[in-house]
Ligand binder design. Structure first.
Ligand code: ADP
Ligand code: MG
Length: 238
């Protein structure tokens, strides 16, 4: 595992992936190549079953790389140890379609869960960080609300705050706007885009949502496990 200062945050080369074993073994990802620029917002799109989530989870160190190379924040994931994977995941933020909030915890307490694995700072500092993250997503007046008292859009913004509270270098989001109305969905994506400008946070997002595509710096389309279109391929993307 080598660290290179000027490496792009994500670089995927010749990535293949299979599910199942024996006769049931089936190739789901075929020769995916993708280099993602720091601070950019990349959208992965394509029909259901085209491999978007598989590619996202491989890049996000949530799934073991079987063949090919995934370099994430300067580290090679193919052959990385479990300890290396854990250390890398601490530098990432994840947002999923279902917000997965704990119903018995307030907005602030849910966001604090995003710091639990980090163990950084004292309780007061962590609380300040959680409030800052909630303010960032426009929920400064909802710190002590339970999820049941928040709208769908507000809940998803709590999930975004939870992903961002640790200042991740890369955010991986899988259909984060699927459950949101047009304005809330756009809001969430605009927030991620602003973080790219302000903090250099890199975002890779799976979405079918035509409403947010215009905010993407780059759109990569998958079909049947292959990249069939990439409007950012070539020198301009690097
Ligand atoms: P998408 O996110 O684009 O809908 P996925 O990455 O979830 O697509 O799935 C890509 C392909 O891999 C599909 O054919 C799917 O059935 C298969 N697949 C995904 N996850 C698994 C799994 N855990 N076991 C077996 N096959 C899977
Ligand atoms: Mg999916």
């Amino acid at each position: 595992m080598q660290v290179g200062g000027n490496d792009p945050p994500i670089s995927v080369l010749g990535l293949d992936h299979w599910f199942g074993t024996g006769d049931g073994r089936k190739q789901a990802i075929w020769d995916v190549n993708l280099t993602v620029a720091k601070g950019s917002l990349t959208v992965l799109m394509g029909p259901s079953g085209s491999g978007k989530t598989t590619v996202l989870t491989l890049m996000g160190c949530l799934r073991e790389v079987q063949k090919g190379s995934v370099r994430l924040l300067g580290a090679e994931l193919n052959g990385a140890s479990a300890a290396q994977a854990v250390a890398l995941r601490r530098r990432l933020g994840f947002i999923f379609q279902a917000h997965n909030l704990h119903e018995s915890l307030t907005a602030t307490q849910n966001v604090l869960m995003g710091l639990e694995v980090h163990g950084r700072g004292c309780a007061a500092q962590q609380r300040r960080a959680a409030h800052h993250a909630l303010s960032l997503v426009g929920l400064a007046d909802r710190f002590d609300y339970l999820p049941s008292n928040l709208s769908g859009g507000q809940k998803q913004r709590v999930a975004v705050a939870r992903a961002l509270v640790s200042n991740p270098e890369i955010v991986f989001a899988d259909e984060p706007t699927a459950a949101l109305d047009r304005d809330s969905g756009r809001n969430v994506v605009e927030m991620l885009k602003a973080l790219g400008r302000v903090r250099g946070t890199t975002t890779v997002m799976v979405t079918h949502d035509n409403r947010v595509l215009e905010l993407a710096d780059r759109i990569v389309t998958l079909e049947e496990g292959r990249i069939v279109n990439d409007d950012g391929a070539g020198p301009a993307a690097r």
